[in-house]
Design a protein around this ligand. Sequence first.
Ligand code: SF4
Length: 472
Amino acid sequence: MKTVGLISLGCPKNLVDSEVMLGLLEKAGYKIVQNPAEAEILIVNTCGFIEDAKKESVDTILEMSGYKATPTPRGEAKGKCKKLIVTGCLPQRYKSELAKLLPEVDLFIGTGEYHKIVELLCHPEQPKEAKDPVNAIKRMGSFGRRPQDDRELAMQTINTPQYIHNATTPRKIATAKHAVYLKIAEGCFHGCSFCIIPKLRGKFRSRSMDDIAVEAKMLIDNGAKELNLIAQDTTSYGVDLKDGSNLAKLIERINNLKSDFWIRIMYAYPTSITDEFISAVQKLPKVCRYLDIPIQHVSDKILSAMRRKENGNDVRKIVAKLRTKMPDITLRTSLIVGFPGETKKEFMELLSFVREGHFNHLGAFTYSQEEGTYAAKLSGQVPKKVKEERRNAIMEAQAKVARRRNKGLVGKKLKILIEGENAGRITGQAPEIDGITFIEQSKSEAQKIKVGEFSSCVITGIKGYDLKGKLC
Ligand code: SF4
């Protein structure tokens, strides 16, 4: 039985693609191993969104190439890997140019072909020459490597992505089975000027409500206590189906499934949030009063240069409406600082909005000039140092807000999902990104706790971005 190891990088949407590849490989008789040194086939499912992510992907590919059975150009042969496969957004973005930079790789697969992993392992397809090789490498950056123009290009299957898995697709859950991701749609139609994702993930395409409900039930029967709904934009779910499907109806459908579990909604788009959706979150007991709503900025000038559909007032209105309708809702957002043309004035507008304290959780990112995006050609690019100063100022302000909001939870009795011997998450804490709740208890109490089960706790204090609580 051939052994396979897989490293999944980037966002939860990419993780679900990895889980589908693992499910298909396991069904085809491959043995999934955790230790790359034991793998005959190694897969790196990459991210190619921004500079840092691209660098992490290339570093991981090079690290995994060290496990190849045959010595690499750098001479190591630490493992028994016969095939190194690179999938995901990086090959989707750079196609055959990546092959020239990474001769260690045997097969490249795009974001729309990962479901063919088993057949491509047996019958890989011939590579297609890049239209403009030299500049492609310049665009991508050589990561300190000299492209090997003379080398025969590795096999690759990279086309315009159209695929999305369904409930019948084998999927091997890579997260704890009690907290899983449920991908409801793929691709994006927004076209924000800084974002390369529509080019990497293709046109927006939703799964049918029936199909998603079937997978949700399978995940719950498999022990899921938390379904984290993901897409590039969950709030536009169903617009392409033109059959009346939408996110409000979908969460009601999932909410009606038997069993006690949470439904959490990630990646909402401000102007796609409807009153119908808000009242669904209000009335449906299994839907967490939690929303991840990346707003990116609040300045009209910057939002328009970002080609966002909303202006600053729209952002303020939707945040105020959510807080008025559900004062206890937990809001998470993402911001970009240092976007081309952002002067001190626009930045101060953003900083004072953050200081108003609307968000429980917030991530701030420095603008990354990504070739192939409209914004990359804009004038007024902000120096790196200034971008970093602005990000630090935003995070400093948010640290105070988070502390204030967390303090407001002290003394409250809340439902908690047990994640470990002395830790869990409340509805206001999404997996991996929002901090956890440390549980204070005696040894005997600790023995009674079951990971992956719900309990309730009283919040007793805060610890940085995390909380402390006592089970009751
Ligand atoms: S909504 Fe905008 S930022 Fe998000 S994936 Fe689509 S284009 Fe990118």
